[in-house]
Write a protein that binds this ligand. Structure first.
Ligand code: HEM
Length: 545
């Protein structure tokens, strides 16, 4: 069957054997350690292998089940894959483990997915975006207070910041609030006390469930039943904690569902002085009720499962991207200066401590360069590096062959691809197409010869330039693109602009003796995880005068 699979690869360059399926649990566990650098599928290879083979499409075979696999870094071919949903579907098997509370948007396909998406779409509305902005402002103010207190107590001008810790806490608070309408605070101990009828307070339940998610998705069901019958040292306590945190979070989410339902049925609190924020779960309940009896809405478990997915998909991706972005700002002071100019124009008197709901609409159009910096960060570090699409019918895709010239200049490597010609790749039913986002983002055909440079301006249109939308896939594209794109862009723009308005972001003192390239290597270090994860993202903050 390997020979047969080999024949079906046709003339497509590559043809390497991959021992593991790239989107199954073992690959997830082995992360970047397998396959090895230089092999097709190597996690951090970016565009290098496509350069080696002189093609925007590469082929390989998954050894265990002889599946022909086609890797794409070509915007035109990827556009076809993202839009032709009768042939290229989502690899739902890869996401089955995320169905923790029940089926959800991420792990379904076909008519079932349409039902989830139809109800979820209206939840991500402008009212929610405005709420995200105002809640982000509130949490940033609390975070800045902590930074200023730390500076006052240590009496140093520069405060060292562990970005992964702080930005994970910040994005988790934002999604907890804008997702569940649970008002929590940065350092509020009272939010740690379980309310009557609960085993855990809301915020610890969220944090604990997130912390135990990997255990939850990697542990087979039989081990849970075994551990409920016998005590296995080390394993049983962890599984008990995992179950307890997911049960506790479920109770909180059910409570929000029932109060949202009561509020809507009470004509949105008309009778009392009732008010509910435009949180995602409330919006979902509202959209679900609006479905009426002609359509099949979501069950309570499906509502919870979707909201948990928003929590999971929504905080880690944003936190990790923000870590990389803040590090880039420390490394590139000229980019930081441009964001500062934008932020000073928006807030001449400093970062506001509260924002009303109109602030979002007024502010976002004024943060064009800040948003471009967020996008350029995602081009360099796409949270989701690759997407697998099982192929449901024989088809063809157009890719490009080329030759490469690399010019080494004083500052950078300019990569020119020449002799570019189109060729047709036959794609047989039963194969997998891999949308290689990481490689697409480093394809010089789309991004130009300075593709390895960090240059946010490439995301700003001018009279003679329109940035290549189809070559930016950090949020995927087509009908299955990220539903939370506006949510994360809103919180990220607000965080980056506020941070730069108030503080100068600096390279940590102990790294100043390193060369620029060495600093970059340390500060932008990353590893694989559920999403691309920074390993040593730290900076120093100095209050601007
Ligand atoms: C920097 C931040 C983010 C990045 C880079 C990102 C990236 C992505 C990508 C690449 C996909 C496609 C996954 C696939 O097809 O397998 C996706 C889907 C999704 N994202 Fe995001 N995301 C981000 C933030 C968010 C936020 C804030 C939320 C929710 C609050 C969210 C919720 C979702 C959901 C529910 C889907 C599945 C949509 C569907 O299949 O219809 N994401 N995201």
């Amino acid at each position: 069957s390997i020979n047969k699979a080999h024949k079906s690869l046709g003339d497509c360059p590559g043809g390497e054997i991959m021992v593991l399926h790239p989107f199954r649990t073992l690959s997830l566990v082995l992360g970047s350690h397998f396959p090895f650098p230089g092999q097709i599928g190597s996690y951090f290879g970016k565009f290098s292998l496509y350069k080696k083979y002189g093609s925007t499409c590469l082929s390989s075979i998954v050894f265990s089940n002889a599946i022909p696999t086609f890797w794409l870094s070509d915007a035109d071919a990827i556009k076809v894959v993202s839009t032709d949903r009768s042939v290229f579907q989502k690899d739902v098997e890869a996401y089955e483990t995320l169905n923790i509370y029940g089926p959800n948007l991420v792990g379904t396909e076909g008519s079932d997915w349409k039902r989830h998406r139809r109800i979820a779409n209206p939840a991500f509305n402008e009212a929610n975006n405005a709420f995200v902005w105002s809640e982000t402002t509130r949490f940033i103010t609390e975070w800045f207070t902590e930074i200023d207190q730390s500076q006052a107590s240590s009496k140093v001008s520069n405060v060292p910041i562990d970005l992964l810790k702080d930005l994970t806490q910040l994005t988790l608070l934002i999604i907890s609030s804008a997702g569940f309408s649970r008002r929590v605070s940065w350092n509020d101990d009272s939010s740690l006390v379980p309310p009557p009828g609960h085993t855990m307070a809301f915020q610890p339940a969220v944090a604990s469930a997130i912390h135990h998610t990997i255990v939850k998705i990697l542990t087979p069901d039989f081990l849970y039943s075994l551990c409920s019958k016998i005590d296995i040292p080390l394993i049983s306590p962890v599984l008990r904690e995992t179950t307890a945190s997911f049960d506790a979070l479920r109770m909180h989410m059910l409570e929000v569902v029932s109060s949202a339902r009561a509020w809507i049925l009470d004509n949105k609190g008309a009778a009392k002085d009732g008010k509910m924020d435009a949180a995602l779960l409330r919006n979902l309940v509202e959209a679900n009720l609006a479905e009426g009896s002609d359509y099949r809405g979501l069950t309570d478990d499906e509502l919870l499962s979707n909201t948990f997915t928003f929590l999971l998909a929504g905080h880690e991706t944003s936190a990790h991207t923000l870590c990389f972005a803040v590090v880039f700002l420390a490394l590139y002071p000229e980019v930081q200066d441009k964001i500062y100019d934008e932020a000073v124009k928006l807030w001449p008197d400093g970062v506001p401590e509260v924002a009303d709901l109109s602030a979002y609409k007024d502010s976002m159009p004024k943060l064009e360069y800040t948003i471009a910096t967020f996008h350029e960060t995602l081009r360099h570090f796409p949270s989701v590096a690759r997407l697998g699409k099982p192929v449901h019918a024989d088809t063809t895709l157009k890719a490009k062959r080329f030759t490469t010239n690399i010019q080494h200049t004083k500052f950078t490597d300019l990569q020119e691809l020449s002799n570019v010609e189109e060729f047709v790749v036959p794609i047989p039913k039963g194969s997998i197409v891999i949308v290689d986002i990481y490689a697409l983002h480093f394809n010089p055909l789309h991004w130009g010869s300075d593709v390895t440079e960090f240059r946010p301006d490439r995301f700003i249109d001018t009279e003679s330039y329109r940035w290549p939308r189809d070559a930016f896939l950090a949020f995927s594209s087509g009908p299955r693109s990220c539903i939370g794109q506006r949510f994360s862009t809103t919180e990220s723009a607000c965080i980056l602009a506020s941070l730069v308005r108030k503080y100068e972001i600096l390279v940590p003192g102990d790294l100043k003796s390193l060369s620029f390239e060495e600093r970059k290597k340390v500060m932008l270090g990353c590893t694989t995880g559920i999403t691309l994860t920074p390993t040593s993202a730290r900076v120093e903050l100095k209050k601007r005068v």
